[in-house]
Design a protein. Structure first.
Length: 548
């Protein structure tokens, strides 16, 4: 293999979609091999999807392409020519841009200022009249529009995601890498954004690499797809020649066998295999209402009203899913229900008892919660796994006796839960912050579901987790429902809600604006309500809300 070329000696970048190849790309972090001899080919003018569980090597691969990581072996080739991408600046000079999963916009700057800042090199004095004309001309060519004078702090999550993409398009990339680009978009916004980028790719303007966890997006938008598992390439395919079941089999390490015919991995339970349908017990007519929320209003972080007179109820043996784009009051609602945020007004009942989210009530009424970002919201990072698993019962027998904590009992209980929930850890004494995100989620789930659960409050329980963890957590949530528990589930993923929920309600601007049975739900109708198309600013409930 020839030595990489010095970027300073390379010719100016061409325009139009580029061809990208990686050849046996390898990256090690100490003794851990995060990417092991990965070779993929991105055809110019196509959308290439990357699939894989957490830790599969997707992020390591794209970070090597954009210069954040220097590979230990292998090569990156652009238009068939080996190049040395030593930093993101070099990548940008070569026409490679990346839209990250988390927003990088400056909240206090205008859209125009954020676009200009994306260039990286600015003059001491900005000629704003000329720049404004350039930006307006650029915006006229873009697939979606934003007000140049708007500030990101006033934009919706979907509009911020569009701004992130516009920042990259402003630089006229030849290759655009997208990391989970639709996680904060409504279905309509997702279709708009991905469709527009696909059209640009097919017009020969740009090549696109898209990291996604959603098979539907891959099958509808991508031309090619590569599957990674544990740092290795399991296969690359034309999308038209494959199927979700075959891709899922490769992701799970089942050797490309059809998922419906493949046995589960050794030692795995049915809940841990993503291809098996969830077992849903029949609904019980006349079931008691376990959770009732009436006219609840909650203030946001800046003192604005984030939840407006919201009412919802959940019966025993029922999952009620709350759909909505991030930032429409879901976080404030759940924080108010679990006691992390004060209520401005309204009432909450658990089993016909006024509920104030006190520890004594949680224990007596069997109320449990699985919050979003559990390491931040439900754990003490420096404490051991055993101590975190014991937070629900450290002051109760047998873990406590005569006011003394019996740490050995907590460790014994933790070992049993670690085994039952397959938490991967160096031991029950390891700090919980040392665990991966999926295993922190499993550990918190083990703590919350140990014993009887009458009400379970869940927020985005599988965000960013791999497919095995998703399947297991979904199975555990469904088991609570089947055993008579009432589950209130907030999720930004419609596929998750359609899979788990008996009933779906939509939140928009802090209000419930739509309700329907999950079996009757239409993805595009839900998306329209999520996007606010049918929102009544007066707050008057629509007839569809009677079921809520």
């Amino acid at each position: 293999m020839t030595a990489p070329l010095d970027p300073a000696l390379q010719p100016p970048p061409k325009s139009g979609a580029l061809a990208l190849s990686t050849y046996r790309l390898t990256k090690r972090f100490g003794a851990f091999t995060a990417m092991d001899g990965v070779s993929i080919e991105v055809r110019p003018g196509t959308v290439h999807a990357l699939l894989g569980e957490n830790g599969a090597g997707k992020s390591t691969l794209v970070k090597a392409v954009v210069g954040y990581h220097q590979p230990d072996d292998g090569a990156v080739l652009i238009d068939g020519r080996e190049v040395a991408i030593t930093s993101p600046v070099v990548a940008r000079q070569m026409g490679i841009g990346m839209v990250y999963q988390h927003f990088t916009v400056v909240p206090g700057m205008t859209v125009a200022e954020n676009l200009l800042l994306a260039k990286g090199e600015l003059p001491a004095i900005v000629p704003w009249r000329k720049v404004r004309e350039e930006l307006e001309a650029f915006m006229a060519t873009t697939p979606f529009k934003l007000d140049l004078d708007a500030r990101p702090m006033d934009l919706s999550a979907g509009e911020k995601q569009k701004l992130e993409i516009l920042k990259q398009l402003y630089l006229k990339p030849r290759l655009l890498i997208l990391d989970e680009p639709t996680s904060v978009l409504t279905p309509q916004e997702a279709d708009e954004v991905l469709g527009a980028l696909r059209d640009r790719a097919h017009a020969g303007e740009v090549s696109v690499i898209m990291i996604s966890h959603k098979f539907r997006e891959v099958m509808e938008v991508a031309d090619d797809v590569s599957v990674l598992r544990r740092g290795k390439l399991m296969g690359s395919h034309r999308v038209q020649d494959t199927s979700p079941s075959l891709l899922g089999a490769e992701m799970m390490g089942l050797g490309g066998a059809h998922l419906d015919d493949a046995p589960p991995p050794a030692g795995a339970t049915s809940a841990a295999t993503s291809h098996e349908p969830l077992q849903r017990a029949p609904s019980v007519p006349g079931a008691a209402v376990r959770l009732r929320v009436e006219q609840l209003s909650v203030l946001g972080d800046r003192g604005e009203r984030a939840v407006h007179g919201l009412s919802v109820q959940v019966k025993a043996g029922e999952v009620v899913g709350i759909a909505g784009v991030s930032g429409n009051g879901q976080r404030e609602l759940m924080e108010a229900l679990v006691g992390q945020r004060e209520r401005e007004s309204g009432q909450v009942w658990m089993a016909d008892e006024p509920y104030h989210a006190r520890r004594e009530q949680n224990q007596r009424l069997n109320v449990r919660s699985l919050p979003e970002e559990p390491l931040r919201n439900a754990c003490v990072g420096d404490l051991s796994v055993a101590m975190n698993m014991g937070l629900r019962r450290f002051d109760q027998a047998p873990a406590a006796r005569l006011g003394w904590l019996r740490a050995g009992i907590l460790r014994d209980q933790a070992r049993a839960l670690i085994a039952a929930y397959r938490v991967k850890t160096q031991g029950e004494n390891a700090p919980i912050k040392s665990l991966s995100g999926g295993n922190v989620q499993r550990a918190v789930l083990a703590r919350e579901l140990d014993g009887q659960v009458d009400v379970l409050l869940v927020s985005n329980p599988v965000f960013g987790l791999d497919f095995a963890a998703v399947a297991e957590i979904h199975g555990r949530i469904m088991a609570v429902r089947n055993q008579g528990g009432a589950v209130l589930l907030v999720s930004e993923d419609l596929d998750e809600l359609l899979k788990l929920a008996d009933r779906i309600v939509v939140m928009s601007e802090g209000r419930i604006v739509h309700s329907c049975d999950a079996l009757d739900a239409d993805r595009h109708v839900l998306g329209a309500f999520m996007g606010g198309a049918h929102h009544d600013p007066s707050g008057a409930p629509s007839p569809s809300l009677e079921a809520a």
